[in-house]
Design a protein around this ligand. Structure first.
Ligand SMILES: *[C@@H]1O[C@H](CO)[C@@H](O)[C@H](O)[C@H]1NC(C)=O
Ligand SMILES: *[C@@H]1O[C@H](CO)[C@@H](O)[C@H](O)[C@H]1NC(C)=O
Length: 309
């Protein structure tokens, strides 16, 4: 709680400092000769001022989050040894390994690792879940750890409504009706049971399609002030959007502010060479994080290297 106030404080103070500075500069450049105060018998007396607030302090001109954030672009070029690891990795058999991972994951309750493994979570934690669906994952996380802030992104209206009514009485859960992507966009998609994706083929009339609203991942995380605080767990099961999100956080220093990252990889047409992309993420993620569990090309989880668990 106190930490939260500190973060909000930092943002507010930054905005105020910028406003005060702009006010100061504005005063100087526009009114260089007029004094705001005079000295009367040794005391400083401020003259009444009818000057209105400068533009910079009106809400439309208040700095955007990313202008005062700790966001920084990052060089993503692979080193020679990372490149050779990728070329070895690329020889793996995507179809066969993915199938093996899938079969293993869904037998003997191994899939429960998705929530059971995150024992570091507690009543102070912040979790962002991309792809809430019907709430299986969130139900389990609530039952086990009750994180303080639990943000669920669910772009499909049907599931969103379901989640909102399910969690109506739980003030630690926020459900948002959009997904993440590389850019702000809306796609029209077929609602297909559990999996909805802009990467799944849509050959049905538009009146049977539903809008899939997506937001630029970088902007979303910046607007959440990631960087001023750390996200304990980012978990993604979003039918292909994991690639855009990983690109966004690995292209910048945002990756440093996610303590744990859990990913479900999908291999749909339209996602390009997913084996190559997965192989590269292994190298990029292992710069800052270490692998905790992995069912290759399917589910895996990473923990930042400085953390014990
Ligand atoms: C998480 O999973 C890894 C890999 O299976 C295992 O070694 C570790 O003990 C698990 N952690 C917890 C807290 O269950
Ligand atoms: C997403 O937002 C970031 C940060 O504002 C921006 O740099 C980037 O160009 C945006 N991406 C797209 C594809 O619009």
């Amino acid at each position: 709680m106190r930490q939260d106030y500190a973060k909000i404080g930092i943002v507010v103070v930054t905005v105020l400092i910028i406003c005060v500075l702009m006010f100061h500069l504005y005063g100087r450049t526009n009114n260089p000769s007029s004094a705001d105060y005079e000295i009367k018998s040794g005391n400083l007396v401020f003259a009444p001022s009818d000057r209105s607030l400068p533009k910079a302090c009106k809400s439309s001109a208040i700095p955007l989050q990313h202008e005062i954030s700790r966001y920084a672009k990052k060089q993503r070029q692979l080193t020679e040894s990372e490149k050779s690891a990728v070329s070895v990795c690329r020889k793996r058999d995507l179809k066969q390994e993915h199938k093996r991972s899938w079969d293993t994951f869904f037998t003997n309750k191994i899939e429960y690792i998705r929530w059971n493994n995150h024992t570091y979570l507690n009543g102070d934690s912040t979790v962002i879940e991309v792809g809430g669906n019907v709430g299986t994952f969130s139900d389990n996380l609530q039952r086990l750890f009750r994180p303080r802030r639990y943000i669920i992104l669910e772009p499909m209206k049907r599931f969103f409504d379901m989640l909102v009514s399910k969690y109506r009485s739980m003030s630690n859960i926020v459900v948002l009706n959009f997904g993440l992507s590389s850019e702000d966009r809306i796609d029209w998609v077929k609602v297909d049971g559990g999996s909805t994706s802009r990467f799944l083929p849509n050959k049905i009339p538009k009146n049977l399609l539903a809008p899939l609203r997506q937001v630029n991942s970088t902007n979303f995380f910046l607007s959440m002030a990631v960087g001023f605080f750390e996200v304990d767990l980012l978990t993604m099961n979003c039918e292909g959007c994991e690639y855009d999100i990983l690109d966004a956080i690995l292209d910048s220093n945002l990756i440093n502010y996610f303590r744990h990252v859990q990913i479900s990889f999908h291999h749909l047409n339209g996602l390009g060479d997913t084996l190559d992309r997965w192989c590269q993420y292994q190298q990029l993620l292992s710069r800052t994080h270490r692998l905790i569990y992995q069912y290759p090309l399917f589910w895996e989880s990473w923990t930042r290297k400085d953390l014990k668990q």
